[in-house]
Design a protein around this ligand. Structure first.
Ligand SMILES: [Zn+2]
Ligand SMILES: [Zn+2]
Length: 90
């Protein structure tokens, strides 16, 4: 499986201002259609679902590698874990 280079994810995370970038109206986000959940850089990935139920985040491929998506910042979307799971269910 292709992964985003750490450096790309870091830049994307910075560009997103450490917040979930999800814009899916179907998710019913509070701020217009934006999620904007504040994320913690150290809590990336599935393994960071804490005992108290706090979830992390993951870097999402806007265009998947199968569709020819490249591991670049432009193709990297920072999503909170909830939005990431919802988007990947499609
Ligand atoms: Zn979100
Ligand atoms: Zn969402």
């Amino acid at each position: 499986m292709v992964e985003f280079p750490e450096e790309v994810v870091k830049k994307a995370f910075g560009a997103a201002d450490g917040r979930c970038e999800c814009l899916m109206v179907e998710h019913g986000h509070k701020y217009n259609s934006m999620c904007m959940r504040v994320l913690d850089w150290t809590k990336r990935g599935q393994s960071f679902i804490a005992a108290d139920g706090e979830k992390g985040w993951e870097a999402h491929w806007i265009k998947s590698p199968e569709e020819g998506g490249k591991p670049t910042q432009e193709n990297c979307e920072i999503l909170c874990w909830d939005c990431y799971v919802k988007k990947n269910k499609k």
